[in-house]
Design a protein around this ligand. Structure first.
Ligand SMILES: Nc1nc2c(ncn2[C@@H]2O[C@H](COP(=O)(O)OP(=O)(O)OP(=O)(O)O)[C@@H](O)[C@H]2O)c(=O)[nH]1
Length: 669
């Protein structure tokens, strides 16, 4: 049969959900509170508390899970004795806990609490805050030892603040193993943050009737579990008040108030301590949040630099070279790797490229989600244990999503951090009776093979950095691609230019070739037909060129052709064109020219050429020129043919001459 066991410093009433009928009472009700209930008949709450108080309880509990705060009351006719009651719902029942209040300077208590709350609100560091908290609590409760125990990620408890009675040795900086805080215990603190045991050695009392299966796990008055009793006795603790400090991600720690002798705590004091602990916890979370915000800001500031890298894209190698020292400092790392496109860029102390590439291969397979991966014990991780990375103990790897199929990695390495842990208690049951009040043995161990833990805020900051790097590296890749495209574009333009040169220009003299000049003549023919704008062709040929070649050599012959082309070209108007027709024959296309203009031009060119001086050539260079002016009905062929005839007439006429082409033959019908 389930028999709820209670501590006798309070009494208890169990009511129906409606808060009217008393279903059960603790057997100490009458002797502790003087409330006598009639032996027979149905018992109402009003019988126990009086009409007004019971109505108030009912009213304030309506629709609520618990009363917002304790209700103080006196019993009529016994006005010297004060009580306070708490009421809360459990399933279909309401539990009312009644505790006597000793006459106490409540006003003084309020003053002390307010003053202490002010101190807490003014604290600017966690250490200062917790010191202020434990001192305030000790002042209020008078326990021998008040300490704050903070849980690490393995649920070992570290004493981070304490206030001590005289001649007690300090436990500050010492640890209690996780086995001292089993999950059931931690859960119970999460649900009910205050636990008071005034006398650990007091036998639990069976104060509720055997038939009432009442869930008392949330009651102040519930008796401690036997194993907890044994544990506290082993510590030499006779009375204990403990309170949870609830962090934003779970139980942050516990406040312990311990005494070596039984020690009672008045309900208002207990409630005041609870308020102080809640306030201190809030303040601590705020201080931590501020500290984290400052840290994140520092990381953000380092990103601003890589933001600059976005406008002036830098290679991963350069980024790492410029930023590695800052990032290593921020992340307390001694090595950084940027793994991009299958290659490792490294700074500081890092594993060999082969070890990194193996590591990344395994990460890619084992760690498919987009969050970071981290460990502080590479040697113990299945993913990394077989990799030879002796100088690294911790790693934080952040995937960078470069595109849908490819991930780059930012990997930070931390060195081993040898840590000395001072244990107040050994994890396994210690056969020697140790005492928390007066610890008998100091026991410590050295932890090797681990790096410092990666804090949540550091992981968040690394993700921020990863996102920034993804952008910076992408910007660099895009800019490299653009540069490559620009180079290709230039090479293509140059090739096109060369092609154009080859297609339209004579390689020796650099004037238009036959194809191009023919094109120009045809275009001019079209314009002449449409606008009846006359133009002329001057076809000229170097006189006795064979003899120059034969006497001075081909290269002098070439020089003659080049010098001739330069001379003629430079003597033409911008709208006239020179082309090499073949061998030592050239054509001048003279636009907007009638017979007189064309003959004038031909004469001018002839006499200019006759004065041409070529180095190494001891004879004059002359040309014979045939001039044909466009006539309606001319084609390119007829025009050139007429100019050619005229040129041959000039040759036969003695060379170094200009001859006009004959009128074209009228078409015969
Ligand atoms: N050096 C050089 N010679 C060329 C080039 N193209 C043609 N020739 C030469 O020019 C000469 C032309 O000779 P011909 O057609 O007999 O005419 P010519 O000697 O100038 O006599 P006339 O035209 O009657 O005054 C040939 O020997 C060709 O080999 C060239 O690009 N460079």
């Amino acid at each position: 049969m389930f028999r709820p066991l209670l501590q006798s410093f309070g009494a208890l009433l169990v009511l129906d959900a409606d808060c009217r009928r008393i279903q059960a009472t603790s057997t100490n009700l009458a002797c502790l509170t003087g409330i006598e209930l009639p032996e027979n008949g149905e018992l109402s709450l009003a019988c126990a508390l009086g009409k007004r108080l019971s109505q108030r309880v009912r009213r304030e509990l309506q629709g609520q899970q618990r009363l917002p705060g304790p209700l103080a009351f006196i019993r009529p006719k016994h006005s010297s004795v004060r009580f306070q009651l708490h009421a809360y719902r459990v399933d279909e029942q309401v539990i009312v806990e009644i505790e006597p209040l000793n006459p106490l300077g409540k006003r003084r208590l309020l003053g002390t609490v307010n003053e202490r709350l002010m101190h807490l609100a003014e604290a600017t560091h966690q250490e200062e805050l917790l010191d202020s908290l434990v001192n305030a609590i000790q002042q209020l409760t008078g326990h021998d030892r008040v300490s704050v125990c903070h849980f690490d990620s393995d649920w070992h408890g570290l004493i981070v603040a304490e206030a001590l009675g005289e001649r007690l040795p300090s436990l500050l900086g010492q640890r209690f193993p996780a086995s001292d805080f089993p999950i059931t215990l931690r859960r119970s603190y999460e649900n009910h943050p205050v636990r008071l045991i005034e006398d650990v050695n007091a036998p639990p009392e069976m104060l509720m009737p055997a038939f009432s299966a009442i869930p008392l796990s949330g009651s102040f008055l519930r008796a401690p579990a036997p194993e907890r009793q044994r544990y506290l006795k082993r510590l030499g603790v006779s009375s204990s008040l403990s309170l949870a400090m609830q962090g934003d991600t779970g139980l942050w720690g516990l406040v312990f108030c311990h005494s070596a002798t039984p020690h009672s705590v008045e309900p208002p004091v207990r409630d005041a301590v609870r308020t102080l602990v809640q306030m201190a916890t809030q303040r601590m979370l705020l201080l931590r949040a501020r500290q984290e915000a400052r840290y994140l800001q520092r990381v953000q500031d380092s990103l601003v630099l890589s933001t600059r890298a976005r406008s002036e894209p830098q290679s991963p190698q350069r980024l790492l070279h410029e930023q590695a020292a800052t990032w290593m400092k921020l992340f307390r790392a001694h090595g950084i790797v940027l793994w991009v496109n299958g290659g490792a860029y490294q700074a500081g102390v890092t594993p060999s490229p082969e070890a990194i590439s193996q590591f990344v291969l395994r990460l890619e397979r084992a760690h498919v989600h987009s969050g970071p991966w981290c460990t502080r014990e590479l040697a113990k991780e299945p993913l990394t244990c077989s990799l030879a990375m002796p100088e690294q103990c911790g790693a934080l790897a952040v995937p960078l999503s470069m595109n849908a199929t490819q991930r780059a990695w930012l990997i930070l390495f931390r060195p081993e951090q040898v840590e000395t842990l001072y244990w107040a208690m050994q994890p396994s049951a210690n056969p020697l009776p140790a005492s928390i009040v007066t610890p008998s043995v100091a026991w410590y161990e050295e932890v090797v093979g681990k790096s410092e833990a990666w804090q949540r805020v550091e992981r968040l900051a690394a993700v921020d950095l990863g996102e920034d790097l993804t952008l910076a590296i992408s910007a660099y890749e895009i800019s490299s691609l653009n540069m490559h495209l620009e180079r290709e574009r230039k090479a293509l333009a140059e090739a096109n230019q060369r092609l154009e040169q080859l297609a339209h220009f004579d390689p020796l003299t650099k004037v238009w070739n036959r194809y191009r000049i023919e094109e120009a003549i045809n275009a001019e023919l079209v314009a002449a037909k449409r606008y009846a704008a006359a133009f002329a062709l001057l076809l000229f040929d170097v006189d006795n060129f064979k003899q120059i070649n034969d006497s001075y050599g081909h290269s002098v012959g070439d020089d003659v052709l080049v010098a001739l082309a330069r001379l003629v070209e430079s003597s033409l108007r911008g709208c006239d064109h020179l082309g090499r027709w073949g061998g030592e024959e050239f054509i001048v296309l003279a636009t907007h020219s009638d017979v007189d203009a064309a003959v004038g031009l031909a004469e001018r060119l002839r006499s200019l050429v006759a004065e041409l001086h070529i180095a190494g050539l001891e004879q004059a260079v002359t040309v014979s020129i045939g001039v044909a002016v466009w006539q309606p009905g001319d084609s390119c062929k007829t025009l050139i043919s007429r100019a050619d005839d005229a040129m041959y007439r000039a040759k036969h006429g003695g060379r170094n001459r200009v001859e006009m082409a004959l009128e074209p033959m009228a078409p015969t019908h």
